[in-house]
Design a protein around this ligand. Structure first.
Ligand code: FMN
Length: 353
């Protein structure tokens, strides 16, 4: 297994633990993944949800919490691996939190849920590596061209997310429902091809990490045989002792079967994949659950029209509230059957690759 160089850092294991909001991947999970040689990623989706002033002063609460989670992850990692932060561009404070992450010493900022065209400006002057999440070669080329033209910069690495991933998906509802979305493997190969001219221009490789439905060492071997440097994996890290969510949250995944996984509409404006739950069953067309204490977290959300408040639903889930929570998951969530330590999972994922 080769180490992967990213800026001045090295990953011993070709694994990025995908950012999971709200509050599912914070400093504890990210720190332990980094300690075990991978890149642990803190979600910057409302990390301040437990702060007492969250409803009144969301940006400050999120900033304070994010800085604290980065500090915690770095302490746990003992200088090993890398500690990254995942930022969703659809969040109204996404740009501010990308800046905060870089200034607080995050090793990488990984940005998705919208084209992160301004990312190089937000982290400029720091050593933080930057990476977009894309679901097509077209988006990869567009971002590279735009960053090169406006900032003379290129991604330090790139995450390619296919349609089997958890959380928000970069595919239309029609593609997902009719199973016509391109496969992860074909998108990975196309992105690797599309990056070649930019790599040649810059004289350095841009490592690609494949995401969405990667479950075991065999899957990682498969995407590496296509030319990917490694994989970004999220769902498997939910079933770890170190995952930052409540024990009841993790148990909900262990109980799920293949028919309990579904596509939901999200106020983010993209479809998402989640466990079938009392909340998803209540959300029939035309049903509005109402928004209390709106914190204006999403640019695309209109609180008067949204069927449900995604911040309320995701924070209920991470606290273990099965009745009211939205439990995002990848397509392989039904395969989770036990809680492992991060050390054990990282070993299992990398044995023989
Ligand atoms: C519970 C959960 C929350 C997620 N939250 C985010 C998020 O806040 N931002 C993001 O870019 N991706 C998010 N994702 C996507 C993951 O980071 C990852 O790329 C994807 O789930 C990989 O597929 P896998 O879960 O099959 O391994 C989330 C996924 C899950 C399962």
């Amino acid at each position: 297994m080769n180490t992967i160089s990213i800026r001045d850092k090295c990953l011993d294991k070709p694994i990025i633990q995908g950012g999971m909001g709200i509050g599912v991947s914070l400093g504890n999970l990210a720190g332990h993944v980094a300690e075990n040689g991978g890149m642990g990623v803190i979600s910057a989706a409302n990390p301040g949800f437990r702060q007492p002033d969250f409803n009144k002063n969301r940006l400050e609460a999120n900033r304070r919490a994010l800085i604290e989670e980065i500090r915690k992850a770095k302490e746990i990692s003992k200088g090993r691996g890398m500690v990254g932060v995942n930022v969703m561009m659809a969040l109204s404070d996404g740009e501010e939190l990308a800046k905060t992450a870089a200034l607080a010493g995050a090793d990488a900022v990984i940005a998705g849920a919208g084209l992160p065209l301004s990312l190089p400006a937000l982290t400029g002057g720091t050593d933080t590596a930057i990476a977009p999440i894309v679901s097509s070669a077209k988006a990869a080329s567009l971002i590279c061209r735009s960053w090169k033209r406006h900032y003379g910069a290129l991604p330090d690495f790139l995450v390619v997310e296919g349609s089997l991933a958890g959380g928000h998906l970069g595919f239309s509802l029609d593609e997902l429902m009719s199973d016509t979305a391109r496969t992860l493997d074909s998108i990975v190969s196309e992105v690797i091809e599309a990056l070649k001219p930019f790599e040649a221009q810059n004289g350095r490789p841009i490592p690609v990490f494949a995401a969405g439905g990667i479950y075991d060492a065999g899957d990682i071997r498969r995407v590496r045989s296509l030319g990917a440097a490694g994989a970004q994996i999220a769902t498997r890290f939910i079933a770890t002792e170190e995952c930052d969510a409540a024990p009841e949250y993790k148990q909900a995944f262990l109980k799920a079967g293949p028919d309990d996984i579904m596509i939901v509409k999200s106020p983010v404006g993209m479809p998402g994949r989640a466990l079938r739950s009392p909340l998803t069953e209540r959300l029939k067309p035309g049903v509005f659950t109402g928004v209390k204490n709106c914190v204006k977290c999403l640019r695309p959300c209109n609180p008067a029209k949204t069927p449900y408040c995604i911040t309320a639903a995701l924070t209920a889930a991470v606290r273990g509230d099965w009745e009211n929570g939205l439990f995002f998951c990848g397509s392989n969530a039904y395969r989770l059957d036990k809680i492992l330590t991060v050390r054990r999972l990282m070993k299992e994922l990398t044995d023989g690759i």
